[in-house]
Design a protein around this ligand. Sequence first.
Ligand SMILES: *Cc1c(COP(=O)(O)O)cnc(C)c1O
Length: 227
Amino acid sequence: MKLDADAAYVHITSNKTIQGVQFPSEPQTGDVPLVCDSSSDLLCRPVPVDKYGIIYACAQKNAGPSGVTIVIIRDDLIERGADDLPTMLSYKKLAAGKSLVNTPPTFAIYMLKLVTEWIMREFGGLDKMHQHNRKKAGLLYDAVEQSGGFYQVHASRGCRSLMNVVFRLPQAELEGKFLDGAAERGLVSLGGHRSVGGCRASIYNAMPIEGVEKLAQFMAEFSRANG
Ligand SMILES: *Cc1c(COP(=O)(O)O)cnc(C)c1O
């Protein structure tokens, strides 16, 4: 990337659900603050928080129900906020009010607490969560590799997402047949986003490995029968 050393900030989206791409590590931005939309992968792996100026994420992919947004922001960036911003746009006012300037979405926040406790109880922390997610995604990327070119992954190897495995079949007609066959086995919501087509397996933290194993098995069966 060619970055402007005088930029106010650099913004990235750590995981993109439509194309199934994810930053494997942080880009070097020198003194320019790195700002990240981590909505679709926060809590999937440990994050070196000190490399970021701001991390923000809506909850509804990995962390809990919709309605709450998590923001991790450097103190000096809070201070730099303009004083004339409306309250809902001002991290400075939100931080000064301890995120309680209005009644917050209490149910969503409570659920977020339960989800983080679940991660600690089931996995023991984000290192283990990461291992688990690599194993899950690996099952699907392996199913693609072992299909002898029947399935094609949208993302290039260095940036394949752990959360969204986006792939194509050789012909569009086969995709319909694949989605129908999968649905018969209880494997649903595998259609790709309308802008890229194909298939997409979203395997967020809450998807158990058994569901991924079942899909990998179906992918192998389907490619043998139709390849
Ligand atoms: C899901 C998602 C959002 C938020 O989606 P809304 O439906 O608009 O709340 C924002 N950024 C990323 C990267 C996402 O994956």
